[in-house]
Design a protein around this ligand. Structure first.
Ligand SMILES: Cc1cc2ncn([C@H]3O[C@H](COP(=O)(O)O)[C@@H](O)[C@H]3O)c2cc1C
Ligand SMILES: O=C(O)c1cccnc1
Length: 374
């Protein structure tokens, strides 16, 4: 983690200025590509060159973990759905698989903290290809569209209940962050040019809300959402649980590892590492919904310059996502009313990111095309 943090540098302002100047010469009215223009400028700054390279294939890291706070009744779903969905993703049957196939992205599932028997060991409910997890080890360099891979990197079989005690020890947080770093590094080494943040963990919108509140100072009521869909009674209980955990631990936002230990989850910590490694490797990272945004807040607290690598894929319907993205200064690319997680909203933004870069490569200038400028 120390090495990764030390490698994170600010965006290259010369490359950004060059991208702005190039945009002004392209055959389109200035500003007509809206958010895509600033996005392409930031990607030039991240790459340190204009135009930045067209992003290579995308790869999603789906970090899976369970949560002790599940015992507080914050979600209607049984905890074993986490492991069952890991199996489903490995079999290619989850929404993230469909979306990854749509954009030609690789899917890697990382068991960083699932409860129960090793993830992927049980037969899956999904139709289609049988779940044949790749053995742990280097992530393969095959073409995108290969079968999803499983990385066994369980730090602990679920967190402790944050309303009773800290969810994690500091060592467990650091180990989970390292899992995220390692995953991103291996995906980039295997050719990924765009990283996508994914999660699977029943009850994980509760620690996500607590993390967003802790890092932004927002009131729990303003950052707690209905997750998978909960009734009014469960929602009230969920807000009270977030409030109680924050009151018990009084996490200090200046101590991001301490915040993650008090009220975080193993997948949130791993996602922070995933984002940090993307920033260190200067590869853009598409941030998904509230779980990924909570991890991104932790990453930004550890290394403010990591924000340069973050691209908000979409605006999740979870209110905490909007609060987190505002705090990070990120504008979501899509707003489709989605509230799933898995990396699904971010995955849909992959072609948008690629298109933003393609403009800088392929659109003619007023001079070259003989188009009169005003
Ligand atoms: C079948 C199923 C598939 C999912 N895929 C993502 N999530 C999402 O919902 C969960 C968080 O919501 P909550 O905090 O309300 O439990 C996480 O697993 C998240 O990835 C799913 C949830 C379910 C039930
Ligand atoms: O914002 C998300 O990623 C999200 C929302 C609801 C449930 N699971 C994830």
């Amino acid at each position: 983690m120390r090495e990764t943090l030390a490698a994170i540098r600010p965006l290259d302002t010369d490359a950004m200025a060059a991208a702005r100047a190039l945009h002004a010469r392209l055959t389109k009215p200035a500003g007509s590509l809206g958010t895509l223009e600033e996005l392409s400028v930031r990607l030039a700054g991240l790459a340190g060159t204009c135009p930045p390279p067209l992003p290579g294939p995308a790869a999603v890291g789906v970090f899976a973990g369970d949560h002790g706070v599940h015992a507080q009744g914050v979600t209607p779903w049984p905890q074993e759905v986490t492991a069952q969905m890991v199996t489903n993703i490995l079999a290619g049957g989850a929404v993230i698989n469909a979306f990854a196939r749509q954009v030609g992205a690789r899917v890697t599932v990382v068991d960083v903290g699932v409860a129960g028997p090793p993830a992927g060991a049980t037969p899956g409910p999904a139709g289609g290809a049988a779940a044949e997890p790749a053995p742990a080890g280097p992530i393969g360099a095959g073409p995108p569209g290969d079968a999803p891979e499983l990385v066994q990197a369980r730090v602990r079989a679920g967190t402790r209940d944050m309303t009773v005690e800290p969810a994690l020890t500091r060592d467990e947080v650091v180990a989970a962050v390292a899992v995220g770093i390692d995953t991103a590094d291996r995906l980039v080494d295997a050719g990924a040019g765009l990283l996508v943040t994914g999660d699977m963990g029943i009850a994980n919108t509760t620690p996500a809300a607590a993390l967003v509140a802790a890092f932004t100072g927002a009131d729990p009521l303003d950052v707690t959402g209905r997750g998978t869909g909960i009734d009014d009674g469960t929602y009230e209980r969920k807000v009270a649980v977030v409030r109680a955990a924050l009151a018990r631990h009084a996490p200090d936002p200046a101590d991001p590892v301490g915040v993650l230990a008090a009220v975080g989850g193993l997948e949130h910590a791993a996602l922070a590492g995933f984002v940090l490694a993307g920033a260190a490797r200067r590869v853009p990272v598409l941030v998904d919904g509230v779980i990924a945004a909570a991890g991104a807040l932790a990453a930004a607290a550890l290394a403010p310059d990591a924000r340069g690598a973050m691209v908000a894929g979409h605006r999740s319907a979870e209110p905490g996502a909007t609060v987190a993205l505002r705090h990070l200064g990120l504008t979501p690319l899509l707003d489709l009313g989605m509230r799933l997680g898995e990396g699904s909203g971010a995955m849909l933004a992959v072609p948008v990111v690629a298109a933003a870069v393609r403009v800088l490569h392929e659109v003619a200038t007023f001079d070259s095309a003989g188009v009169s400028s005003k």
